[in-house]
Design a protein around this ligand. Structure first.
Ligand code: TYD
Ligand code: MG
Length: 457
């Protein structure tokens, strides 16, 4: 059919609509639709597959034929190591040829550093191109020298126009392109300003198409906006093969790279790094780095064993409960979901008999890490109670467990592994769901207290 010249894209969920509406019908958010210009010649792509199908129907190539799945030749995706173990881990075992990976994070978190390190090491064996739209070539080279990176074989280009980038890239034939950042790129075919949703989206679509056509792997660097999405373009999340977020606290030197979406690997896998004076250093054994130095028991603190990705991680959950001057006391959660905090406080009231309705409640996961799994429930409520009563939980105590709406404590996966990890770090006591506790009540000399109900805990 005839192509529309414009469309409306939701900045929250990325869905596309043909006309403007106050509310996005897909995700229900209000005032998130913004107009984008569609390029007449090349419609935006959602994925490489959709694109090849589209061009197929346009009659340029043979139309796809129906094939029995068993007759399709399956080739193992060939992967390239980034020479950074923690990066490979988050990618699912290395970078897949022809894949497009979005690396998002706050400005200054270390995205350019990480990708410069990766491209420098990878360029020793395959041609790599680092395209910078934010820094001059001298700045990039200066940083590479300071980081002591091998410069042989690393090519760089300071350019923001996507047509000129692809024109320059073609004769060089890179196998890897880093575009830093996607927000600076723009295409001549659109009149919208660089950084606008339509420019970011169309520039990314061009790079996706280039990656699929040539088998070049592409990293897109994206700054996260205040709303938490990648500059309007949550849109980009649909277009790329993998989305990795770089997280960390400004005060802490530790950084966590998290797979949020990955067509070629597990999601929620974590890679852990430390920002040092020679760039990002891997932390291959990160289990205890998020614990604060002193392990003296403090009111309002509870250590938990979380298991994000494939490794157990010890993290400290802190709570501050304080009489509120407000008629509507505050609930602030950092490092975990705010709605879950509100729900858990309601369970604490109904099934634990502890009311905090007139108190401000602040909770924080130490070290700038986010805990997404429900195993945080029990340690969180223990920290809240400990702060409310101003009594520490007891020395060297850990906890984990999900709390249900009727006050039951539910088991979480990999309980035994979590307990062993805590025992390894010298913890003496664990408060865990009954189904996660060993019959003997002990793990490697650590006392395990099994609880079935919130009131028991
Ligand atoms: P950068 O990679 O430029 O962040 P992004 O691309 O995500 O905006 O990282 C910038 C920060 O990292 C800056 O505040 C300085 C710090 N840094 C170090 O501490 N050590 C280093 O070796 C480098 C390169 C940066
Ligand atoms: Mg940067």
């Amino acid at each position: 059919g005839a192509r529309r010249a414009t469309a409306y894209v939701c900045s929250d969920c990325g869905s596309e609509h043909s006309k403007w509406q106050g509310q996005c019908v897909d995700c229900g958010q209000w005032n998130t639709l913004s107009e984008i210009a569609l390029e007449a010649a090349a419609a935006p792509v959602k994925s490489g597959v959709a694109q090849s199908r589209r061009s197929g129907w346009a009659g340029k190539v043979d139309p796809p034929a129906i094939t029995a799945l068993k007759d399709v030749t399956v080739s193992e995706e060939s992967r390239e190591t980034t020479h950074i173990g923690e990066f490979d881990r988050v990618l699912g075992g290395g970078l897949v040829h022809g894949s497009v990976v979005l690396v998002g994070g706050d400005p200054g978190i270390g995205k350019s550093t990480l990708l410069l390190q990766a491209v420098a090491h990878m360029s020793q064996t395959l041609p790599g191109l680092y395209v910078t739209g934010e820094e001059s070539l001298a700045q990039v080279a200066g940083r590479a020298v300071r980081l002591g990176l091998p410069l042989e074989g690393v090519h760089a280009l300071a350019e923001t126009c996507i047509e000129r980038i692809l024109e320059q890239a073609a004769p060089m034939g890179p196998r890897l392109i880093v575009a830093d950042s996607i927000q600076t790129l723009w295409t001549e075919t659109l009149t919208a300003a660089p950084g606008s949703v339509s420019q970011v989206r169309e520039s990314a679509a061009r790079l996706v198409r280039y990656a699929k056509e040539t088998g070049t792997a592409v990293f897109l660097v994206g700054h996260v906006t205040k709303e938490g999405g990648i500059a309007g373009p949550r849109v980009l999340e649909h277009m790329v093969d993998a989305v990795l977020y770089f997280e960390g606290e400004s005060g802490s030197r530790f950084r966590v790279l998290r797979a949020f979406k990955n067509r070629f690997g597990a999601v929620n896998e974590l890679g852990v790094f430390a920002m040092a004076d020679k760039g990002l250093r891997e932390v291959p054994n990160p289990s205890a780095i998020f614990l604060s130095g002193s392990r003296e028991a403090q009111p309002g603190s509870c250590v938990m064993v979380t298991r994000e990705g494939t490794r157990p991680l010890m993290v400290e959950v802190q709570a501050l409960v304080d009489a509120s001057p407000l008629s509507n006391p505050r609930r602030v959660a950092v490092g975990m979901e705010g709605n879950r905090l509100a729900m858990l406080l309601a369970v604490l009231h109904r099934h634990g008999g502890v009311a905090v309705g007139d108190q401000d409640v602040f909770v924080n996961v130490v070290g700038g890490i986010r805990v997404q799994e429900t195993a945080v429930d029990l340690p969180l409520l223990l920290a809240v109670l400990s702060s409310l009563r101003d009594r520490p939980l007891g020395e060297m105590t850990v906890a984990f467990g999900e709390v249900g709406l009727s006050g039951e404590i539910r088991p979480v996966p990999n309980g035994e592994e979590r307990l062993k990890e805590a025992a390894t770090h010298g913890f003496k006591r664990a408060i865990v769901p009954k189904a996660n506790a060993p019959k003997s009540g002990k793990v490697a000399g650590m006392e395990v207290i099994a609880v079935e109900r919130l009131a028991d805990a």
